[in-house]
Design a protein around this ligand. Sequence first.
Ligand SMILES: Nc1ncnc2c1ncn2[C@@H]1O[C@H](COP(=O)(O)OP(=O)(O)OP(=O)(O)O)[C@@H](O)[C@H]1O
Ligand SMILES: [Mg+2]
Length: 437
Amino acid sequence: MRAVSANLLAWLLFCTCACVFYVWNRLEGSRLDRFTRGPQSLRRESRHAGGPPLDLSVQTFRALLTVPSAQRLRLGDGGLYVRNLTDVKEQTGTSGSRDDRINVDAEESAQRGGSDLVSLVEEGIFWSGRLEEQLPVSFSEGHARAWRERARGQRVVKLEPGCGRVSNQLATFWDGTKVCVRYGINAEQVQGETLTYYLAGLLGITNVPPLVLSQLNPDSEQWGDVRRHAARLQWSDWAVVSLTEWVANLTAVVTPEPLRQNSEGLRPLPGELGNYTTGELLELMQWTDLILLDYLSANFDRLVSNMFSLQWDARVMERETNNLLRTPRGDLVFVDNEAGLVHGFRVLDMWEKYHGAVLGSVCVFRRRTAQRVLELHRRRDTRTRLLELYGDSEPLSPELGFLSDEHARVLQTRIDRVHRHISHCKGKYQQLGSVTV
Ligand SMILES: Nc1ncnc2c1ncn2[C@@H]1O[C@H](COP(=O)(O)OP(=O)(O)OP(=O)(O)O)[C@@H](O)[C@H]1O
Ligand SMILES: [Mg+2]
């Protein structure tokens, strides 16, 4: 009996020790795991049977391309495909950065089995539909229409600095909304600002803040409260000014490496685009629209002026780009377009070689923008369509005026050139559509 009890006791002691050892082992394992991951890093095991761990902490598409070939798929005709990290639809109003979303969605994707794939480029030269889906609309048509309706005629209660040089002012409406008022030294500046906004609308580019015109009538309810302040600013009565939506928390933007001088340009090559994070690709996508818009409007006051400054400032491209800002979410905001279309066309001789060089540096495009360029090229009706959109949307358009016939012809010629450039890129890279990474 005594021997049986001793055996039982020994057995119980052994079981207790085994349990303590097991629990300690698990705790230690998870502590070590947390330590090696770090707070930001995401090391996840591929859920594919036999798949190696997929290190998402690197977060570049190149890293994702290292998944074994059995995990890569080739879909349809021509494109670059990598494991899908995100499935984000339009998320207007979110404040997190896109790379944050990659982390969250990578986790979801891994939980789902992570079998989706994302393509980067389709038909050789177009940003893929899957990538496009992840790009939120900066200022959607609906938002812009509602903003313009609200802003028109609103009473201005305060003017203060905050929108650049002193002739431009940050205005506050009676309801607390803020707008940037741009007063042009001459009409062509406000024309450039306004017509570029509508040209962007014609092309489906939504990065230009909504805009309405207003006439500085000192006796109007809109300007009465700030009449004296306006006089001190030497704003002439009855001048037509533009009001644009003021956007909070904007930060500076540096030109991405492939778009700087001496770079190879932005080409739809797997070895190049594969190096970027989703956030970076989405920003590059917006840059491709910016470059087309600035070429068409001959706006030299952004990338082109930086290129010009290279003569005396070799590192200018590493500094912030003029008149371009970024929201915390990663949307680019194209501000200050007053050099476009009118002033830009008047001084084309001086800037054209730079405009051409910048356009030539891009061979990836948003499908919709390229489609709109194609339509305007085929129908040769850019002037009519721009005038229609501007005239229908802006009651003060007769006061401000429109492009001269000569400038309307210049714009059509630039549409034709952009179309030719897109066709050239298509001819060059369509074959590469069959490259699989
Ligand atoms: N829509 C806007 N929302 C928020 N801030 C804006 C907006 N427009 C301009 N700003 C602010 O004003 C600054 C100058 O804007 P902008 O380029 O339009 O004016 P500017 O008079 O041409 O100034 P600069 O000569 O410095 O280019 C921007 O960098 C930004 O800080
Ligand atoms: Mg400016």
